[in-house]
Design a protein around this ligand. Structure first.
Ligand SMILES: Cc1cc2nc3c(=O)[nH]c(=O)nc-3n(C[C@H](O)[C@H](O)[C@H](O)COP(=O)(O)OP(=O)(O)OC[C@H]3O[C@@H](n4cnc5c(N)ncnc54)[C@H](O)[C@@H]3O)c2cc1C
Length: 343
């Protein structure tokens, strides 16, 4: 076994591929590795190690033995295969944009793969098939770039994260949720096919119908079941126009009731068929005013009104529903009527 998971989450037969020599992980890296071509892409200088020792959360510190800067999927497969076939295998962990908050992408004493380097300066890592309504995206790509590439064709993925400076491989390893999830499921439910490098260093294509065990394990698998190097994401046409609405609540009962009723409405029901995004949030105490200011959504007047509202009701928290309604020129009047229903 070569591709040692940092943590082990279950005991399915698939995982058994990865679990045998976990305890050997404290060994330093085998010397022969550095005489191979991939060895020239491994760095263990202090600066490289420090850059991946922590993550966005800054709660944990876990220094690897080395950082691997691959130029291709083939390099990654080579590293994993080397470890798998070696008598003293080592931990390997892919790192996307490092926006985990508790060390999920790090690995003490092992090798962290710097996935993002794969895509640097390479426009060919995102390919949109307009005719087939899908895009093939390399695992290290940021969702913000995925959005730009698909939007250029007036197409979009169905399910997103709110924050888009996260990698495709990183969010497909955790789930990926946002305001479209109530309608389309998380991002991991919106994937047609994956290219994965397994724990033995094999490059395997998988989908719901082909190598489905691997497909199901890798999606939401926290990088424990293989490394995603390509994902095929289905696309839909972008709406012609959208209205972005924030509904502010002082009362949590009304807030949750409205949220629940909105997500339960049948998508095909006439008025709400074009509800495309729904997310509920809480604004707390001093954060209330600060959070409002950080949004370009509200005018100065709006913010004053909200400040008055909190003062009047002596509130320490406000609730809001963020709603997006899609429409086109033919139904502007109808949409305005629906929006009135929200007031
Ligand atoms: C500011 C901020 C905003 C966020 N917003 C949202 C949000 O709106 N919705 C949401 O769902 N989540 C959100 N998250 C959480 C985020 O989706 C996860 O932390 C995600 O894992 C981060 O992606 P990353 O590219 O930084 O991955 P990393 O943190 O680098 O890695 C995350 C995990 O994925 C594994 N991994 C990385 N690349 C690959 C790969 N190619 N193949 C297999 N495994 C891989 C790593 O080993 C690790 O286990 C947010 C996080 C932050 C910090």
């Amino acid at each position: 076994m070569a591709y040692l998971p940092r943590t082990r989450l279950s005991t399915t037969s698939f995982i058994s591929l990865f679990i045998t020599t976990l305890l050997t992980s404290t060994l330093s890296l085998p010397e022969e590795l550095f005489s191979l071509e991939i060895g020239t892409k491994i760095r263990s200088d202090k600066q490289s190690l420090m850059l991946v020792a922590s993550d966005f959360g800054n709660l944990t510190k876990s220094t690897p033995a080395a950082v691997f800067y691959p130029s291709s999927s083939h390099d990654i497969a080579g590293l994993i295969h080397f470890s798998y076939t070696h008598s003293t295998p080592f931990f390997i962990s892919p790192r996307g944009h490092g926006h985990s908050i508790n060390g999920q992408a790090s690995c003490s004493n092992g090798v962290v793969i710097h996935m993002e380097l794969l895509g640097q300066g390479r426009a060919d890592r995102i390919n949109v098939s307009v005719a087939n309504r899908y895009m093939d995206v390399a695992g290290e790509q940021l969702w913000i770039d995925v959005l730009s590439a698909s939007h250029a064709h007036r197409l979009r993925a169905n399910s997103w994260t709110d924050y888009l400076h996260l990698t495709v491989g990183g969010t497909l390893s955790v789930g990926g949720i946002s305001g479209q999830t109530f309608q389309h499921g998380p991002q991991i439910s919106n994937v047609l096919e994956l290219d994965v490098i397994t724990g033995t260093g094999q490059q395997v294509t998988c989908s719901k119908t082909h190598n489905q065990d691997l497909f199901n394990a890798v999606l939401g698998g926290l990088g424990q079941f293989g490394i995603i190097t390509r994902a095929r994401i289905p696309l839909s046409p972008t709406p012609e126009k959208v209205k972005w609405i924030w509904l502010i609540y002082t009362n949590i009962v009304a807030f949750t009731r409205d949220q629940e009723s909105l997500i339960s409405i049948d998508e095909n029901e006439r008025h709400f068929g074009f509800l495309k995004y729904l997310e509920g949030s809480l604004l707390m105490e001093q954060g209330i005013i600060g959070s409002w200011r950080s949004s370009s959504f509200f005018s100065k007047n709006d913010m004053q009104r909200m400040a008055q509202l909190t003062a009047k009701h002596r509130l320490t928290a406000l609730y809001y529903l963020e709603v997006v309604v899609a429409y086109d020129e033919n139904i502007v009047a109808e949409v305005d009527q629906v929006i009135l229903l929200f007031h």
